[in-house]
Design a protein around this ligand. Structure first.
Ligand code: SD4
Length: 321
């Protein structure tokens, strides 16, 4: 555990770097922006509680990868018809979970279509830390989780089961993620050492076909981190996000000099060209290596939670439509 004194040392080291950069005479150095760190942002209202857990680690000087894992675990455990426990099932009544995590070294782990395990993000973390692989799915992911000591739990709550039974009455298969319907937390963070990480976890599209996997566990779609540039995460209709490799696209746009805001806007504009764009919701959230934040969505209604040294707040996001 890093003590507060060390943490303050890290902060002042960051400030010293900034002031040295600012004192330099070349134009580009004179324009260098100060770094905001640590900082954590995450999607939707459930980001408030999640960020609090992440912030606890970040403010003690902890690693961003530990912060994002701890943060999204909070949402996974909440019984809210969304993300993990209590999430809405697929059309066969099965709760199937997708998650991924990526650290400052470009290491990553993911699980998809995992059932009966409350914390898919921690299984994804172990795929990253303990196996030579990046992604495990379905039965194999469950077997791995059980071998790692996770316990099988019923994740289908009475409330979610009732909602599914209501849906079954018509059983209309119109899988869509619009403005009212969201079930994912994507979180990206920059720690006091200036390292970036991210996590993304979901119960996915409600009443989807069994076996359907969205963007959330796919590195480059629902999440991407490049410690030299920035980190991005996504929420909304996964199929649309996968088609443009959303999170990777945003990080690459940042590498080319776009701010996180410009990068998110450009990625949304690409999705706006897809044929069903008017009917779906997409939200992107990104931070740069300097801790600048950007977010943009296709439809109104997307928001995110932000914690940094200044504040802990929700922010509404502007949209394409
Ligand atoms: C998915 N992107 O499975 C996820 C769902 C989501 O808010 O983000 N919902 O397609």
């Amino acid at each position: 555990m890093i003590r507060r004194r060390n943490f303050l040392k890290k902060l002042s080291a960051g400030a010293a770097t900034v002031s040295t950069a600012m004192a330099a005479t070349s134009t580009s150095q004179a324009l260098a922006k100060p770094t905001t760190k640590p900082i954590v942002v995450s999607t939707w209202n459930h980001g408030i509680n999640a960020n609090m857990a992440a912030w606890e680690i970040l403010q003690k000087g902890g690693r961003s990868v530990d912060a994002v894992e701890a943060g999204v675990r909070v949402t996974e455990a909440e019984d809210n018809l969304s993300v993990g426990y209590g999430g809405l099932p697929d059309r066969d009544g099965r709760v199937t979970l997708d998650a991924c995590i990526m650290d400052e070294n470009g290491e990553c782990g993911a699980v998809a279509c995992l059932e009966e395990i409350k914390h898919p993000i921690s299984v994804a973390r172990l795929v990253m830390d303990e196996t030579p692989h990046v992604m495990l799915v379905g039965e194999g992911a469950l077997e791995f989780a059980l071998n790692q000591g996770f316990e099988r739990e019923n994740l289908l709550t009475k409330r979610a089961e009732k909602a599914w039974q209501e849906w079954l009455k018509k059983a209309e298969y119109k899988p869509i993620i619009n403005v009212e319907n969201h079930d994912t937390i994507g979180m990206v963070a920059l720690d006091a050492d200036g390292n970036l990480s991210g996590a993304c976890t979901t119960s996915g599209l409600s009443y989807k076909m069994h076996g359907r996997v969205g963007d959330s566990p796919i590195i480059g779609a629902g999440l991407f981190v490049d410690n030299e540039v920035g980190a991005a995460t996504a929420t909304g209709m996964g199929e649309a996000i996968i088609k443009i490799c959303g999170a990777h696209l945003i990080v690459e746009l940042m590498r080319q000099g776009n701010s996180p805001q410009q990068a998110c806007e450009k990625a949304v504009r690409r999705i706006a060209k897809q044929k069903n764009a008017k009917d779906i919701q997409i939200g992107f959230l990104a931070i740069s290596k300097q801790g600048e934040v950007g977010a943009y969505s296709l439809q109104p209604g997307f928001n995110f939670a932000q914690n940094d040294q200044q504040a802990n707040r929700m922010k509404d996001v502007s949209s394409f439509y």
